[in-house]
Design a protein around this ligand. Structure first.
Ligand SMILES: Nc1ncnc2c1ncn2[C@@H]1O[C@H](COP(=O)(O)OP(=O)(O)O)[C@@H](O)[C@H]1O
Ligand SMILES: O=C(O)[C@@H](O)C(=O)COP(=O)(O)O
Length: 436
């Protein structure tokens, strides 16, 4: 038994590694709804840091490894795996985006491969589907609502444009492993049929299995089929059905998880760095409904300190009960122009840094305590700047986005970390009204 385990009453059943922070809360809320007690930690904690992890069923480690160099993503993911294994977890979940955000270099395939090697696992599944949020997979092709991934707006993502909807091809470019399909026919039949098909694929040397999934019943069947696998990979949809599958398999006690809204009181702040179509619509919807600062990205690139000073001066001049929204969201054409002018990494970093520094100053100097953040990379940068280490998961605002509350830091904050492409057009207002 490891030192970590001796300090815990029970071992978590499931250890999760999420490649971004909004993805982590998405996963955590789905596991919670399935009845697991879940804690989310930011980055890989120190070995001895097990506070707050007593009596949990699942622990989610939130990394910021989606758009970094693949060697670094592998190192961080392996460190997370080892820390979770040290807690006693025996099953692991690698969570990435339901829109499979990645490039030909990775990081989904290479990280999955490294985790498989570390665990001595020969086969794993790739299940990004999340029908509740409109993500389905048919014959290995990913759809967002009624559109193929490559026509859904994700083809214009600033960091990982998704221009191919065929996940077998996408993974085939990221790894030398053989990739196969578990089709909706097997999944529609039964979990036993899935196991037989996966075993056939294994005999053919297929170690990466992309799973079709058209609706929630498919996820439930798939969850049963994979309940014994040491490593599974996917979006968060499958997570909703895993707790029940684990209970049926006898590895998770019957229990319920209760969630409650965060109690932090204070000013309300929305920070949106996502350029996804959903966030663009949500920002537009807020016009006239709160005070908005649109970042002048060109001015920021020329003189970051001056743009920061302007945002803070504007925020300081607002009334104490105003809700503030600071956004850099731009149309695909504007993003391309800015990237050509300054470089995509440079623009992304400068905006993330600005929003993170604005968040820090508004929290520490102006009493903002209820924060809604839009965008995975954006949220990762802000949460890091705020020094947040653990989150308690609260009630869901929309599919995949819960309210959360910081644990163990002063001042306590209510945080909603929204995936760029999640939520209806009134998401920001709905989220904040829940706390009113
Ligand atoms: N106007 C812009 N031009 C170029 N890049 C931008 C702009 N606004 C934001 N970005 C960058 O785009 C990235 C958006 O990623 P992210 O925050 O993960 O959103 P999403 O959840 O939509 O993927 C961030 O790195 C952000 O800094
Ligand atoms: O699976 C999903 O779609 C989300 O959980 C997710 O990963 C969000 O990523 P961002 O769109 O970058 O916020």
């Amino acid at each position: 038994m490891s030192d970590q385990q001796t300090q815990l009453d029970r071992r978590p059943v499931l250890g999760c590694i999420a490649d971004d922070v909004t993805g982590a809360t998405d996963l955590a809320t789905n596991l919670t709804q399935g009845g697991m007690r879940v804690v989310q930690v930011m980055g890989v904690p120190a070995k001895e840091d097990v506070a707050g992890l007593e009596d949990v069923d699942a622990v989610v480690v939130a990394l910021k490894s989606r758009s970094i160099d693949k060697a670094d993503a592998i190192d961080q993911s392996l460190a997370a795996l080892r820390w979770l294994a040290g807690l006693g977890a025996s099953r692991f979940y690698f969570k990435y985006c339901s829109t499979f955000d990645s490039t030909d270099q990775g990081n989904i395939g290479p990280v999955a491969e490294a985790l498989m090697d570390e665990l001595g696992v020969k086969q794993t599944i790739f299940c990004p589907a999340f029908p509740g949020a409109g993500r389905t997979v048919y014959q290995g092709h990913l759809f967002v609502g009624d559109k193929l991934l490559s026509e859904s707006g994700l083809q214009d993502h600033p960091l990982n444009p998704m221009t191919d909807s065929n996940l077998l091809r996408v993974l085939g470019r990221q790894s030398k492993r053989s990739v196969g399909l578990l089709s909706h026919e097997s999944i529609g039949e039964s979990s036993q049929a899935c196991l037989e098909k996966m075993s056939e694929l294994a005999d053919e040397g297929v170690s990466f299995v992309v799973t079709d999934c058209c609706h929630d019943d498919h996820l439930a069947t798939l969850a049963e089929a994979v309940a014994a696998m040491p490593l599974i990979t996917g979006g968060s949809g499958l997570a909703r059905y895993l707790p029940s599958a684990y209970r049926s398999a006898g590895v998770l006690a019957v229990g319920e998880s209760k969630t409650c809204l965060p109690t932090a009181k204070g000013r309300k702040l929305i920070l949106a760095g996502s350029c996804s179509p959903a966030t663009q619509g949500q920002v537009k919807w807020m016009r006239g409904r709160c005070e908005i600062w649109s970042v002048d990205v060109e001015a920021l690139m020329e003189n970051p300190a001056a743009e920061f000073d302007r945002v803070i001066a504007w925020a300081t001049a607002t009334k104490p009960d105003d809700t503030l929204l600071v956004t850099s969201t731009s149309s695909p054409q504007q993003v391309v122009t800015l990237q050509q002018q300054y470089g995509s990494g440079q623009v992304a970093n400068a905006i993330e840094k600005l929003l993170a520094c604005v968040a820090k100053t508004l929290v520490s100097d102006l009493g903002f305590r209820q924060l809604v953040l839009a965008g995975g990379e954006t949220s990762g940068a802000i949460v890091r700047e705020l020094g947040i280490q653990k989150l308690r998961i609260g009630p869901e605002i929309c599919a995949g986005v819960p309210w959360t509350e910081t644990v163990g830091v002063e001042p306590g904050l209510a945080l909603a970390l929204k995936s760029g492409n999640f939520g209806g057009e009134n998401f920001f207002a709905v989220a904040l009204e829940m706390l009113a």
